[in-house]
Design a protein around this ligand. Structure first.
Ligand SMILES: *Cc1c(COP(=O)(O)O)cnc(C)c1O
Ligand SMILES: [Zn+2]
Length: 416
């Protein structure tokens, strides 16, 4: 059972049938948005049934564009929403929450999107696929594509961490490094790959199904907060798929009468590479290319060109009365240490969310009793080097004797 009506172009509004196999609008090349029959969903869902299903994004399968028999899952989603009882007081926020997406199968939120995109690929009978990635997307795609038995390969930016690369290679799928200065020739290669080689690009960032998986944030957060939306959702933002998907999910909850108010969305970007932030401040509807991706430690959220020119992110920010904010590498490193207070180990991109919460609380944009959800998008195990560099390589060493042991104890505990 699928409740999809079709795919609409975000620019010219051209409608496409549910079985349309392109990634983008056939008329103008714009991004496509999956449209559902919400009246039928409303009539077709049972809250009891949803709650009884296994804790993955597919618990909400009526809201996803794939039939049940095609689902490829590794148990993604339904990650913990932690009450930040240690960190909240430090930031002066009484209701600070951490959505711990480091708990996903490959350690990042990308699994929400790839589970849906790869499932859709299976549904339409795709055999050959590939993706292009800065790291986390490749690791996620590799896991789902392998599990689905696709004939797939992965192209990855040369600056991806050894940890990310190792994870992709462990899938046994072919991996190659792919670097370029300009995206124009690449766009042409991607087009020819699908037209001449039949390699279905269900996996690159302009794929309409990937972002549908990110709607699951909204359903989960809403449920975990006792069936209400928070005041703010802060999302690390590069191409914008995460924040846009989450916003669509909240809108659906309102459409179905399940949520009576919506959160304000916050896009956080690294200071060195913040096209959305710049466009937002300038009041633009599109975000021109801007920034230097390699200039920040936040690899996974460093893109100078958001997908669909940032149209959807910018409209989500405006519609939700949200904001865009930037954080420096130094603030991100502090964010990683701050998350340590809650037992969460985050990669730089994920920690930008709490760095943004801190900044917006200081600036008075976020009020002390507002309910704030920071989405921590990826695990620190993907990029542990930044922490080692930040704290220094030297760790105290003690020998197996009482004197050295107690000497260390005295240096860390004050004994009276
Ligand atoms: C991909 C990624 C982001 C950015 O997400 P977009 O959907 O591209 O905006 C943020 N954090 C982590 C850990 C990621 O892997
Ligand atoms: Zn169009």
């Amino acid at each position: 059972m699928s409740y999809v009506l079709g795919l609409n172009c975000e620019i010219c509004e051209e409608q496409h049938l549910p079985d349309y196999q392109g990634n983008t609008c056939r008329r103008c090349g714009g991004l496509l948005d999956v449209v559902y029959d919400y009246d039928r969903i409303r009539a077709g869902i049972s809250r009891k049934e949803i709650d009884a299903r296994a804790p993955t994004i597919w618990r909400w399968r009526e809201f996803l564009p794939v039939r049940e028999e095609s689902i490829v899952t590794l148990g993604e989603g339904c990650t913990p929403l932690l009450d930040a009882r240690n960190l909240g007081p430090v930031y002066g926020l009484e209701r600070l929450y951490i959505k711990n997406d480091t708990m996903n199968p490959t350690g990042t939120f990308k699994d929400r999107g790839y589970s849906v995109a790869v499932s859709k690929a299976v549904e339409i009978g795709t055999k050959q696929a590939f993706t292009y990635t800065s790291g986390n997307a490749g690791a996620s795609f590799a896991a789902y594509a392998r599990r689905a038995g696709l004939n797939a390969f992965i192209l990855v930016k040369g600056w991806a961490s050894v940890e990310k690369l190792a994870m992709m290679r462990s899938s046994g799928l072919p991996v190659a490094l792919w670097d370029f200065e300009s995206f124009e020739p690449v766009r042409e290669i991607l087009r020819r790959a699908s037209e001449e080689l039949g390699a279905y690009q269900f996996t690159v960032f302009n794929n309409p199904y990937r972002h549908e998986g990110n709607k699951s944030y909204a359903y989960e957060i809403w449920q975990e907060l006792g069936e209400r939306a928070p005041d703010w959702v802060i999302h690390p933002t590069a191409t914008g798929g995460g924040i846009v998907g989450s916003w669509k999910g909240f809108e659906e909850l309102r459409e179905l009468g399940l949520a009576n108010r919506l959160p304000r969305m916050v896009a956080v970007q690294p200071a060195e590479c913040a096209p959305i932030h710049k466009a937002f401040l300038e009041g633009l509807d599109v975000a021109p290319r801007f920034g230097t991706p390699k200039a920040t430690i936040a690899q996974s959220m460093s893109s100078d060109a958001p997908v669909g020119e940032g149209r959807r992110v910018l409209s989500a920010l405006r519609e939700s009365e949200g904001v865009a904010v930037t954080v420096t590498d130094e603030e991100i490193l502090q964010g990683i240490m701050d998350l340590g207070l809650e037992g969460v180990f985050s990669e730089p991109a994920g920690a930008s969310a709490v760095a943004a919460a801190k900044k917006l609380a200081r600036q008075g944009v976020i009020g002390p009793s507002d309910t704030v959800v920071c989405v921590v998008t990826g695990t620190g195990l993907k990029q542990p080097d930044v922490v080692t560099q930040h704290l220094g390589r030297t760790v105290p060493r003690i020998g197996p004797n009482w004197d050295e042991f107690v000497g260390f104890v005295d240096s860390v505990w004050s004994r009276s």
